[in-house]
Write a protein that binds this ligand. Structure first.
Ligand code: GYE
Length: 324
């Protein structure tokens, strides 16, 4: 009798194990480590990833928010490795310092997809593909728009030959801050546009306001242009400019990057002059890549997002169609 019971128990256990592994195979488990919720862009990016995962029944998403700290991202990735997820994707808050954890993922044979931001590692076999925008190009677009439109907006009599620009940089050490700075500097090099102050506002509205207040305190009416690495910092800076008694978009020309809804609203009010698009809607292409990868297809090393430039004159018409 005892023996029979044992046989039944063993058979049951074996059945459960097979069913369990079949179930596990049914779903592709993806661990995603997000930076945080520092900007409207980031919130839209999270929405895109979470809602796309929900719409694909065979995807199981494990989502982790790092509250803008690299150490939290590293912890999350380690926990994805120990849970044995099928794919790890993440948006690295800064470029450097990822080698050890990426090597651990490689040793565990878990492919890694970089979403939105790149990493700076010697060995590019540590990640499979990098999808997202060309941030250097965004910086160039902001600079080019400024050089083509500044005289029309603020210098119609061509009386001044030096234009004083202040720059609000993104998070120190992050790919978009480094690249957007470089792209803008590259196209404005040797021109009338001179950066007189440049500091990080950490991609947030509150910091953008605080740093703009400091710029105004030291440079005052000398400031002709604000170049902000994202719209949230530009929106914070607008408040600082108004509190200082100047007109954003008129006394100080403002060009920023992201093209989120809040920037379109500010453009309609004449407070931002141009925003360069950076799309956060990466969910669909992320999970397409995950599925291709699991189906054994080879992915391109770089997947670039298609984006445009929106001057204030087009804002009212475009605003209703914006998805983020
Ligand atoms: O521009 C900014 C965000 O990495 C492209 O991060 C992204 C940037 C985006 O917080 O608003």
């Amino acid at each position: 009798m005892k023996k029979w019971l044992q046989i039944i128990a063993c058979t049951l256990f074996a059945c459960m194990m097979t069913a369990g592994s079949a179930l596990a195979k049914d779903k592709i488990v993806v661990g995603f480590s997000q930076i945080g919720a520092e900007s409207a862009w980031r919130v839209a990016n999270t929405d895109s990833i979470v809602s796309e995962a929900k719409s694909r029944p065979h995807i199981e998403l494990k989502f982790s928010d790092a509250q803008q700290k690299q150490e939290n991202q590293i912890k999350a990735i380690r926990s994805f490795i120990s849970q044995g997820v099928d794919v790890i994707a993440f948006s690295p808050v800064v470029e450097t310092g990822w080698e050890p954890v990426l090597k651990e993922a490689k040793r565990a044979k878990i492919p890694v997809i970089l979403s939105d931001r790149a990493v700076d590692v010697q060995d590019d076999t540590l990640w499979v593909t990098f999808m997202g925008s060309d941030f250097v190009e965004e910086g160039r677009r902001a600079g080019n728009w400024l050089m083509e439109n500044y005289d029309r907006l603020k210098n119609p009599d061509k009386s001044s030959d030096v234009v004083n620009v202040v720059e609000l940089q993104g998070t120190v050490g992050s790919a978009p801050a480094i690249d957007r700075k470089d792209g803008f500097a590259e196209v404005t090099k040797g021109s009338a546009f001179k950066i007189i102050k440049s500091q990080s506002g950490d991609f947030t509205r509150a910091k953008g306001k605080e740093v703009m207040e400091a710029f105004l305190k030291s440079e005052g009416k000398k400031i002709d242009v604000l170049y902000a690495h994202n719209d949230d910092m530009a929106l914070g800076a607008i408040q600082a400019i108004e509190e200082y008694g100047l007109n954003p978009g008129k006394d100080i020309i403002i060009v920023s990057i992201d093209a989120v809804r809040g920037a379109f609203e500010a453009m309609v009010e004449g407070k931002i002059n141009c925003t360069v698009e950076c799309s956060p809607l990466l969910g669909p292409q992320l999970f397409d890549a995950v599925e291709d990868l699991m189906a054994g297809k080879e992915l391109p090393k770089r997947i670039v997002t298609n984006e445009g430039v929106f001057p204030a004159e087009t804002a009212a018409e475009t605003l209703p169609t914006r998805k983020y």
